[in-house]
Write a protein that binds this ligand. Structure first.
Ligand code: 13P
Ligand code: SF4
Length: 365
C-alpha cells in the first residue's frame, strides 16, 4: 500500500535532540536495508550516523560493494550520483538534501566542455592527441563525456596515477574542473608549469593561441574550490615562524603555492591517516575543510598532538553542511514508511558511459 510522503515541514523546526532520536528509531526499523555513507567533511551530528566513511575514492568503491537496498549519501550531489552509477540497478541512492551540491563541480558544464572540445578540434586531432580527465567532483554527464571520448575519472588520491595512464595513451590531457588538482598532480610528475596552461571556458579558444595549445601538455580548466582557495601561503609562513618544528598538510585543491609550501599533500583520507600516524606531541597546520579538521583535532588530542586550521577565517563546505540531522531523519522516516524521497537517479545511457570512465579509474588506482 502506498503511504503518503511525510513532508519536510514537520522536520524543519525539529530540535536536534529529537532529530537524533528519530534517526535512531528509523534506522532500527530499516535495519540492513539502509546503509549510510558519509564524507569526511560532514558535520559531527551527521557523521556519527555513518556506517562507512571515506574520501571520494573509498566512497565510490564502497558504493559499488554494498548490498543495502538504500544508500543514503551524506555528502554532495556528485557523490550520490557516483553511488547510483556504481551500485546495482535495484539499489536506490538518496541525498538527504538536494541542495547539497559542489560549487567547484558546477564550474564545468557539459555544454561548456563540449564547446571546448569542438574548439580544440580546430587545432588538434582529438582522438589521437588529447584525453579528457574529469575530477570526480563533476556532474555525471561529464563523467559520461569522458567515458565516450576515451577519458577517465580521477580523485584527489589518484590524480597522478591517472595522469600517467592518460599520458601513456595520448600526448595531452584536458583536465577539469579543478585547475589546482591538475596543476599539482602534473607538477608531481615533473611536468613544467609552463606546459600546463589554463583553459578559460568563457573565452574563445580558452583564451589561448593555437601554438600554445599545440605546445601544452595539460590544459587546466579554470575552476577551483571556494573553500580551499581561502588557504594562503601567508598562513603557512606565520605558522612556521611561530612553530619552526610544526608540520603542514594540505589538500591538493589548495593553490599551487600552498601545496608547494606544505610538508604533505593528499586527499582527506590521506590527511587523517598522516596526522593520526604522526609522532605524539607533534603540531600540525591543516589546509582542508573545518568540520574534518575540528574532528581530527579532537581525535588526536590525547596523544598530545595539536591540530590547527590553516585559515584565520571560518571556511566550511556550506553545501556539505546542508545535510543536517533534520534532513537525515526525514529521509529515513520516509524510507521506513515505504516512501523513497530525494532519490538520485542518473539516466541509464549516461550512467553506462560514466561507469566506463569510473571503472577505468578503479582499475588504474
Ligand atoms: P576527497 O576525495 O579528498 O575526500 O575530497 C573531496 C572533496 O570534495 C574535497 O574538497
Ligand atoms: Fe566541492 Fe569544495 Fe565542498 Fe569539496 S569542499 S565538495 S570541492 S565545494
Amino acid at each position: 500500500m502506498q503511504v503518503a510522503t511525510i513532508s519536510f515541514d514537520r522536520f524543519n523546526s525539529l530540535a536536534d535532540t529529537d532529530a537524533q532520536e528519530r534517526i535512531g528509531a528509523a534506522r532500527s526499523q530499516l535495519g540492513k536495508r539502509a546503509v549510510i555513507l558519509g564524507h569526511h567533511y560532514q558535520r559531527a551530528d551527521v557523521y556519527q550516523h555513518a556506517d562507512l566513511t571515506g574520501d571520494s575514492l573509498q566512497l565510490s568503491r564502497l558504493a559499488a560493494q554494498t548490498d543495502a537496498a538504500f544508500i543514503i549519501f551524506c555528502g554532495v550531489h556528485f557523490m550520490a550520483e557516483v553511488a547510483d552509477i556504481m551500485s546495482k540497478p535495484e539499489q536506490i541512492a538518496i541525498l538527504p538534501d538536494l541542495a547539497a551540491g559542489c560549487s567547484m563541480a558546477d564550474m564545468a558544464s557539459l555544454a561548456k566542455v563540449e564547446r571546448c572540445w569542438r574548439e580544440l578540434a580546430e587545432v588538434l586531432d582529438l582522438e589521437q592527441a588529447i584525453t579528457p580527465v574529469t575530477y570526480i567532483n563533476s556532474a555525471a554527464d561529464l563523467k559520461a563525456f569522458c567515458g565516450e571520448h576515451g577519458g577517465i575519472v580521477c580523485t584527489s588520491s589518484n590524480a597522478s596515477k591517472i595522469l600517467d595512464w592518460a599520458l601513456s595513451r595520448r600526448e595531452k590531457v584536458l583536465f577539469f574542473p579543478d585547475q589546482h588538482l591538475g596543476r599539482w598532480s602534473g607538477h608531481k610528475k615533473g611536468i613544467p608549469l609552463e606546459d600546463m596552461l589554463v583553459w578559460d571556458p568563457d573565452l574563445e579558444l580558452g583564451g589561448l593561441r593555437p601554438e600554445q595549445i599545440l605546445h601544452a601538455k595539460i590544459l587546466l580548466w579554470k575552476g577551483h574550490c571556494a573553500v580551499h582557495q581561502m588557504f594562503q601561503p601567508a598562513h603557512i609562513l606565520r605558522f612556521r615562524n611561530q612553530h619552526p618544528d610544526g608540520l603542514v598538510i594540505s589538500h591538493p585543491e589548495c593553490s599551487f603555492e600552498v601545496c608547494r609550501q606544505s610538508d604533505f599533500v593528499g586527499s582527506t583520507e590521506y590527511i587523517l591517516r598522516t596526522v593520526k600516524e604522526g609522532a605524539p606531541n607533534t603540531r600540525w597546520l591543516v589546509g582542508t575543510e573545518l568540520n574534518m579538521v575540528d574532528r581530527l583535532a579532537r581525535d588526536v588530542k590525547a596523544e598530545g598532538k595539536t591540530v590547527q586550521f590553516m585559515s584565520p577565517t571560518v571556511c566550511m563546505c556550506s553545501t556539505m553542511q546542508r545535510i543536517d540531522p533534520q534532513h537525515l531523519a526525514w529521509c529515513l522516516e520516509n524510507l521506513a514508511a515505504g516512501n523513497v524521497v530525494n532519490r538520485i537517479s542518473v539516466p541509464a545511457h549516461e550512467a553506462a558511459l560514466a561507469r566506463i570512465a569510473l571503472e577505468r579509474m578503479l582499475s588504474v588506482s
